[in-house]
Design a protein around this ligand. Structure first.
Ligand SMILES: NC(=O)c1ccc[n+]([C@@H]2O[C@H](COP(=O)([O-])OP(=O)(O)OC[C@H]3O[C@@H](n4cnc5c(N)ncnc54)[C@H](O)[C@@H]3O)[C@@H](O)[C@H]2O)c1
Length: 344
């Protein structure tokens, strides 16, 4: 069977990660990459593929690439996905799918018009604890859900923001809920569905000089399916990531999954239930000076291959990618950046 051919838009940290996985997959082939920065393009030599300086040039010179992966800053995802879809390519879009519901809708409509697939990257769904939690919730082992508390407390300081022109920018980054914590918003939505009655408080404790947005927030809401929840987050933690956890209080049991990115089943007490032994989790993505979310990207590419060959369906489809963006957009409507930043 012929290999699935890929091209990558944006060749920074995650673009290179995509390239490594594509190169390492027996059914995938990398044809080319592009990046506007010449020093980033130079890194393509190690993969033995051409590097172009724009997405348009990449598409023009790589007509055989069936799948284009979008690894540019958040604020460019929708634009690059649309370029590729209109050129009749399937797309893999790094998280978040876009930065507004309207932009994601355009991507979704275009994918339908062009009959092309959109894969959103939400690789934490593949973590053994996530797979297990999904089964526990879908089988209704906890009965009615009363309360869900998600806590994401990470460190992102000058060591992170100082290295990048787009990270910290309102237009291209958008804030911690888009860049750091959309994975955990996705897990919460995947397990419990949509939310309403959102209330929120935001603060900027130690990012006055390196971001245009808040570093911390307490968000509370109701779940449409019943129960209430909170999503508490911060990038103001000193020195290193502390935790990403979810605590679920249900009618018939209590569960807490914690660790740095929800990879440790810390507490389980469920009626008539024996906790199974879970497979080991993958380590977090390690960027040297800071750590990210689960190193599960290989599952995304397996899903792309399997879906294009008709053996599977998309793990995180465009509608789900859109929904996470829409929820974050609704939460951020409550943000007053001037007040948060202490401006008059
Ligand atoms: N799934 C995950 O766990 C995960 C982890 C890290 C980053 N990401 C996402 O991946 C994306 C990239 O993040 P990163 O950390 O690799 O950032 P990065 O800055 O290292 O890489 C982005 C690259 O895009 C390039 N670029 C900017 N504008 C461009 C344009 N118009 N055309 C072509 N290239 C352009 C930049 O020069 C840069 O090299 C972000 O959206 C981020 O949220 C996802």
């Amino acid at each position: 069977m012929s290999k699935i051919k890929f091209a990558i838009i944006g060749f920074g940290y995650i673009g290179k990660r995509h390239a490594e996985i594509i190169k390492g997959h027996p059914d995938c082939e990398l044809l080319a990459v592009c990046d506007i920065a010449s020093e980033k393009r130079a890194a393509a030599d190690a993969f033995g593929v051409p590097a172009y300086s724009s997405a348009e040039e990449l598409l023009k010179n790589t007509p055989d690439a069936q799948v284009v992966t979008v690894c540019t800053p958040n604020g460019l995802h929708a634009e690059h996905a649309l370029l590729a879809l209109r050129d009749k390519r399937h797309v893999v879009i790094e998280k978040p799918m876009g930065m507004t519901k309207a932009a994601c809708e355009e991507v979704l409509f275009t994918s339908l018009q062009m009959s092309k697939l959109v894969f959103c990257v939400m690789q934490n769904r593949y973590s053994p604890t996530s797979v297990w939690l999904k089964e526990v919730i879908d089988k209704k082992l906890l009965g009615k859900i009363h309360m869900v508390q998600t806590n994401c407390y990470w460190n992102r300081d000058d060591r992170y923001y100082g290295k990048s022109a787009w990270k910290g920018s309102l237009e291209l980054d958008g804030g911690p809920l888009f860049t750091q914590f959309s994975h955990f918003m996705d897990i919460m939505y995947w397990l419990f569905g949509d939310i309403s009655d959102i209330e929120a408080k935001f603060a900027d404790f130690n990012h006055q000089n390196n971001t245009e947005f808040e570093d911390s927030g307490y968000v509370n809401f109701k779940f449409i399916n019943g129960g209430m929840g909170t999503f508490n987050y911060s990038t103001a933690v000193w020195d290193k990531n502390f935790e990403s956890s979810i605590t679920i209080i249900g009618e018939k049991g209590t569960v807490k999954v914690g660790g740095q990115y929800m990879e440790v089943a810390e507490y389980t007490h469920i009626e008539d239930y024996v906790m199974p032994e879970l497979p080991p989790a993958n380590p977090p993505n390690d960027y040297g000076i800071y750590k990210g979310s689960a190193a599960n990207h290989h599952y995304i590419f397996e899903n792309v291959v399997d879906t294009i060959r008709g053996n599977s369906t998309i793990t995180t489809n465009a509608l789900e990618g859109l929904k996470i963006v829409e929820i974050i957009e609704r939460i951020y409507k409550r943000r007053n950046l001037k007040t948060i930043k202490g401006e008059k």
